[in-house]
Design a protein around this ligand. Structure first.
Ligand code: PMV
Length: 326
């Protein structure tokens, strides 16, 4: 039986998507921007099955929430493209799963790309990003190499909420250090947390502020202006988490270690100037954006080699890629 395998890099948002304009079609309420993580993401193999959809993640057969989400994604795919078969999907992540390191972005990007080929529908990247977005909105950005954006907004249709590539000539000089404070699965999924977020008194402000962050962030990304980009990224991150902290009861993804690293990065800037900026997603893991030439200094200042905490370094990577089955 034919088996297709794709690898997609995960991506880290520099301007955050948080909140849905349409839950059913997974349309983000704000536009966002991101950088892909070279060699860090999901390897996904797909083959056809006769009777039912089956999903394995890291070798474990999925049930309940993640199986239901996967099945409704495949139902949409079958309905839209007139496909009659079911699928067996085996996905492996080389980053922690559901721990706020964007594993769903690479999972659904690699799945969409594999289905596109297996079903022979030849979608161009823009349409592929629409399909990936239905699984996980951030996955729309993992279709593209290096830097990408995703349109969102209160009144956008499915077709208008697509991912796009951002041209940034010196983007390859940037690095992201991913500090794995905890590899545990998050207690509440980003999907649930986003919906709950609508109850925060700060949610409307986050949505309003995101317009400017997207506009200014795009400029900074295109010019590869680390100081502007990093400043916008931290601000977008803290606004997203402020929405969570101002829920009743509050929702908090940080641990004391996350806060300690955020504080160290601010101290580092006091000493060396604007060379490193932090971001956190729906989990406690801290990602640090910097220029490649500052890596050594930052690792030393954060004492990453002296601690038992694992960390990864990644540069902006390729878009989704086919892997030959041997
Ligand atoms: O695409 P989802 O449902 O995994 O949500 C991603 C949300 C954040 O990672 C927190 C922000 C983003 O833009 O990727």
């Amino acid at each position: 039986m034919k088996k297709i395998t794709y690898f997609a890099n995960a991506n880290i948002a520099v301007v955050k998507y948080w909140g849905k304009a349409c839950k059913q079609l997974n349309i983000p309420i704000v536009s966002s921007l991101s950088i892909t993580l070279d060699k860090l993401g999901s390897l996904t193999s797909i083959s056809e099955t006769k009777n039912e959809d089956v999903l394995f993640v890291n070798g474990v057969q999925q049930k309940e929430e993640s199986l239901n989400r996967f099945k409704s994604f495949l139902d949409y795919f079958r309905d839209t493209f007139g496909i009659k078969t079911f699928f067996k999907v085996e996905s492996k992540n080389n980053i922690p799963t559901k721990a706020g390191v964007a594993s769903s972005s690479s999972a659904y990007a690699s799945l969409a790309a594999g289905l596109n080929e297996l079903a022979n529908i030849n979608l161009p990247n823009k349409e592929l990003s629409l399909l990936a977005r239905l699984g996980s909105a951030s996955a729309a950005r993992s279709i593209f190499p290096f830097a990408a954006g995703l349109y969102g907004g209160e009144n956008l249709s499915h077709e208008e909420a697509f991912g796009f590539s951002v041209n940034s000539p010196s983007i390859k000089d940037l690095r992201l250090i991913i500090i794995l404070v905890s590899e545990k699965e998050k207690k509440i999924s980003s999907r649930k947390a986003m919906i709950k977020s609508e109850e925060s008194p700060f949610f409307k402000t986050f949505v309003q502020e995101s317009k400017k962050d997207f506009h200014d962030g795009l400029n900074a990304l295109q010019n590869c202006d680390l100081e502007s980009l990093g400043t916008i990224m931290e601000h977008s991150t803290l606004k997203m988490h402020s929405v969570l902290w101002t829920l009743k009861p509050a929702l908090n993804y940080f641990t004391s270690q996350s806060l300690a690293f955020m504080e160290r990065i601010c101290l580092l800037r006091e000493q060396y100037g604007p060379i490193a900026f932090f971001t956190l997603d729906a989990g406690p893991n801290v990602k640090v954006l910097c220029h490649k030439d500052a890596l050594e200094k930052i690792i030393e200042f954060l004492e990453l080699d002296k601690q038992s905490i694992k960390y990864l370094i990644s540069s902006p990577g390729n878009g989704v890629e086919k892997i030959d089955d041997r």
